[in-house]
Unconditional design. Structure first.
Length: 59
């Protein structure tokens, strides 16, 4: 999927996951994505969660 986005002309792909969802974060990192400084708090189903972000750039 990431390669497809780069082939479409995207220069950067950013994804986010809830900080407590280690499996999602690990999966994103296995795809070559690296943590970035962006973090935010998101309300989901009336609960507040910290969201962390990862990114990868077109080679």
């Amino acid at each position: 999927m990431i390669g497809h986005l780069f082939n479409k002309g995207y220069k950067e792909v950013i994804a986010g996951a809830f900080k407590h969802n280690i499996a999602s974060i690990n999966g994103l990192q296995k795809c070559g994505m690296k943590p970035i400084a962006k973090k935010e708090r998101i309300t989901y189903h009336n609960n507040i969660y910290e969201c962390v972000y990862v990114a990868t750039f077109r080679p």
